[in-house]
Write a new protein. Structure first.
Length: 568
């Protein structure tokens, strides 16, 4: 096989002949390659410089070596053939066996020049090899589908609910369980845990609660901010379920007296989903809460987050500032990080260095440098932020300002030419000022650095399948009129199978955007109280959370009950 592959044209010549790159671009790429000590291939350098794409490189390599080029996917790959080569070899050389016809194995490679790897494939497979060129990205994506990493669990092959026979097997387990690890690996337990995870993702749950009570066990999902009971497995399954989850999250199954945190990576329908696991010892055993992070369901787009036109324009203006602090406030679970990720995604470009310090990293964003806090190792927010300032950042995102050190460093960073984005837990937007003053930030420094505070809440949207007009009680209409908003038609969800008879499906944010002007900055320097700051902000045109919510009621997006519930 090695003799069959001979270079007919250089990569640069092929790309140039096809009009993809110019001679000058090839020359610049070669110079950059030389600067790196030839540690990178020419194709990698060309892609990094933005002169061409990975697909164009792969197609050009195929032409240079007289080989076919293919955009591969799981659909054209025979899963049973992958096992022809050892997993370690496949991962090390980024190759992918696609299919085998008689005694010819077709393999996708990203580096056709490496004839030694192709010879080794022939030796390991014991057959002839036909090579096709493909991108590293396509090869890895297909490999991830059929050969997920060792700590990734595939949960597709499950049924919706474990059968009664499976439950009866567990019912006979004695109280004294001596080998939890063996028990947790039994098929009924694995099937049930997989089913719980699978259905949670399918039903758009944000959290899973596994709660033991006195001889009872219930599993609840949180969907659109509300918990509902999903199932009640037999109580004797509790220890086995918890142990199975601990094994998946790489926790200590023998430790039952202290809280533990961990993570699970699962694959569902070929896409990765992250699960954050918290185990807490309780009165009747360990309670487990699992946060479901499905990157496909997260909208990193400011226009999709429910901003009013005025708030969106003003918020975009502030995150385009060269320096200052922009804060997003609200209670836990109000979508603060989603808003920050959407802002970072919008600001992301080759011209800026964006760095984040998070605990934990909830979603990976391409071309952004994300750093995970490690409290056990002493890598706190403040420590990470100090180090980050030596990484030449333009934009910094701090997951949360929790203490005086982090607050002080964030303000100093904003005053020295950086744009800093972070979150706080406050009831409203102006409340961020008093919170930072409580964290010992000097008033004159805060007034000079704070450029915007966005407070937000999440409200449930009316289910479109059962949406219907209704007439609210007179007291509601009078209350809304008192708030200065006129609403002609009110809508609610009647309740249907699609929304589990709740009348709601999905959530949207309501916002309150506080932008200090010079007068408000002077008030901050003088340590004005929260009531005065809020009154001045409203006078300057800030729309409060309730007003933004009522506009969404007027548009038929949510209900008046939701706005009253969230803004009371």
């Amino acid at each position: 096989m090695a003799q069959m592959i001979e270079t007919r044209l250089q990569l640069g010549q092929v790309l140039q002949a096809q009009g993809i790159v110019s001679a000058e671009q090839i020359e610049l790429a070669l110079m950059r390659q030389k600067e790196t000590g030839h540690r990178k291939l020419l194709g990698e350098v060309l892609v990094e410089l933005g002169y061409c794409s990975e697909n164009q490189i792969a197609a050009a390599l195929a032409k240079a070596y007289g080989l076919p080029y293919a955009q591969i996917s799981p659909k054209i790959c025979d899963a049973s053939v992958i096992e022809v080569l050892p997993r370690e070899f496949i991962e090390e050389h980024t190759v992918l066996p696609l299919f085998k016809v008689r005694d010819v194995l077709t393999v996708a490679v990203s580096e056709p020049a490496n004839v030694f790897v192709i010879d080794e494939i022939e030796r390991l497979g014991g057959c002839k090899v036909q090579v096709v060129c493909a991108t590293v990205k396509d090869i890895k994506a297909t490999l991830q589908t059929y050969m997920p990493a060792a700590n990734v669990f595939v949960i597709d092959d499950v049924i919706d609910d474990a059968g009664l026979e499976d439950f009866s097997l567990i019912e006979n387990i004695p109280e004294d369980i001596s080998n939890l690890q063996d028990l947790a690996g039994q098929s009924p337990v694995v099937k049930l845990v997989n089913s719980v995870l699978y259905n949670a993702v399918r039903e758009n749950a944000s959290d899973i609660h596994i709660e033991p009570d006195d001889k009872k066990l219930r599993i609840r999902y949180r969907v659109d901010g509300k918990l509902f009971e999903k199932m009640r497995p037999p109580f004797r399954m509790h220890a086995a379920i918890v142990s199975r989850i601990k094994i998946m999250a790489e926790m200590d199954i023998a430790q039952r007296r202290l809280p533990q945190d961990g993570g699970i990576h699962v694959l569902m329908e070929g896409r990765p989903i992250d699960l954050r696991v918290s185990v807490m010892p309780g009165n009747y055993g360990e309670k487990v809460v699992i946060r479901v992070i499905d990157a496909r369901k997260v909208m990193f787009n400011l226009e999709a987050l429910g901003f009013s036109y005025n708030n969106l324009q003003l918020f975009r203006q502030k995150i385009a500032a060269p320096n200052g602090i922009v804060l997003v406030t609200g209670p836990t679970g109000s979508g603060k990080n989603t808003t920050l990720y959407a802002a970072l995604t919008e600001m992301n470009s080759d011209e800026v260095n964006i760095c984040t310090v998070e605990d934990p990293i909830e979603a990976n964003i391409g071309q952004i440098n994300q750093f995970q806090v490690n409290t056990a190792a002493g890598f706190e927010f403040s420590t990470a932020l100090r180090s980050l300032l030596r990484q030449d950042p333009d934009i910094i995102m701090v997951g949360e300002i929790r203490d005086e050190d982090t607050a002080s460093i964030a303000v100093q960073a904003a005053l020295t030419g950086h744009l800093v984005l972070s979150t706080l837990h406050t009831n409203d937007a102006p409340g961020a000022v008093t919170r930072l003053l409580d964290l010992k930030v000097a008033p004159y420094l805060l007034s000079a650095s704070l450029i915007a505070v966005l407070a937000q809440r999440l409200v449930r949207k009316i289910c479109p399948n059962c949406k219907d007009e209704f007439e609210p009680v007179l007291s509601i209409r009078k209350m809304v009129e008192k708030w200065g908003i006129h609403i002609d038609k009110y809508y609610h969800g009647m309740g249907c199978k699609k929304c589990r008879n709740t009348g709601y499906s999905g959530r949207i944010a309501i916002h309150e955007l506080f932008v200090p002007d010079n007068e408000v900055a002077d008030m901050i320097s003088e340590q004005a109280g929260l009531k005065k700051l809020r009154a001045k902000a409203l006078e300057n045109g800030m729309a409060p959370l309730r007003a933004d919510g009522l506009e969404k009621v007027k548009a038929g997006i949510t209900t008046i009950d939701e706005i009253i519930r969230v803004t009371e």
